[in-house]
Design a protein around this ligand. Structure first.
Ligand code: ATP
Length: 277
């Protein structure tokens, strides 16, 4: 099991990643209709925005369209009408601003950790080998895995594999991270550690994040704002601003009365959605 608490890498170790990126991207979903088959809509006139650097958690009952929304935002699925923009530009899957982290790490088993992290840089072909290595090592330092650079995925725990997957995305310096239940398959201790790690990284790198989860406490711990989706095709049921102080540490934050109030509010809203279905 991978449950060590990581220390923060020094600025010199992550220097190779501090290139020309400038914080997070804004996104805007405007009047979006979407259906997979043309007859059963998943969204009708959906509208959602996020400001640069905002951490938005997406909650909602199974089948309400959370993954569909991520796929629309990443440009993998085109809306049937409406517009989705990242920093004002219509989204396409090739946009360098985008990084996608899935529930399963999806590493290449035949490549070692360093080459898994380097893979995206090699595909862009823009940097020399040595620069690619520097950037990949910097990304591994960010997730506390420099020492695992020469290992293969099967030699890593589930939590370490998910960290490599995160490093593989961070190396490309995305300004919008789309995360689809990235820690759902992990044990509770690893998940708690990675939640804290993710907040530390976001505080440091400033990306905008859209994070899907089924876990109300995880959503409240991580987010600036929780967006709750209703049964499809109703779209957004409600939003809740998470006014908990930062930096957040799991044990301290969960003890706050406000944390309990916010999670209870969301649980009540979810029960109402399910009861009305
Ligand atoms: N490729 C597809 N083809 C047809 N219908 C799909 C496809 N993917 C999803 N759907 C349908 O679209 C709706 C929304 O699915 P989606 O996976 O976005 O929901 P979700 O909220 O992410 O669900 P879960 O919480 O269970 O992961 C569901 O009714 C689902 O059955």
């Amino acid at each position: 099991m991978d449950c060590e608490i990581l220390t923060s890498p020094s600025d010199s170790r992550i220097g190779a990643l501090s290139g020309d990126r400038s914080g997070g991207a804004a996104f805007q979903v405007d009047g979006v209709d979407f259906s997979y088959d043309g007859t059963h809509p998943v969204f009708r006139s959906l509208a959602l925005t996020a400001r640069p650097g905002e951490f938005v958690a997406l909650l909602g009952p199974s089948g309400c369209g959370k993954t569909t929304l991520l796929n629309l935002l990443s440009g993998f699925l085109p809306p049937s009408s409406g517009r989705i923009t990242i920093d004002g530009e219509t989204v396409t899957p090739e946009m360098p601003a985008l990084g996608y982290v899935f529930q399963s790490p999806q590493l290449f088993p035949w490549l070692d950790v360093l080459d898994n992290v380097r893979f995206g840089l090699r595909m862009t072909g823009r940097l020399r080998d040595a620069e690619q290595r520097d950037k990949a090592m910097a990304a591994l330092a960010l997730v506390g895995l420099e020492a695992a650079a020469g290992k293969f995925p099967h030699q890593l725990s589930g939590g370490m594999q998910q960290r490599v997957a995160l490093a593989r995305v961070l190396v490309l310096e995305p300004r919008l991270l789309l995360m689809d239940e990235p820690f759902a398959a992990l044990d509770a201790i690893t998940r708690a550690t990675l939640n804290e790690e993710l907040l530390r990284l976001c505080g440091r790198l400033g990306q905008t994040v859209l994070f899907i989860t089924h876990d109300v406490e995880e959503a409240v711990f991580l987010a600036d704002r929780v967006v709750l989706l209703d049964i499809a095709p109703a779209g957004i049921h409600s939003e809740l601003a998470i006014d908990l102080p930062r930096p957040r540490r799991l044990r301290e934050t969960r003890r706050l009365e406000r944390f309990t109030t916010l999670t209870d509010t969301l649980l009540e809203r979810i029960s109402a959605i399910v009861a009305a279905a």
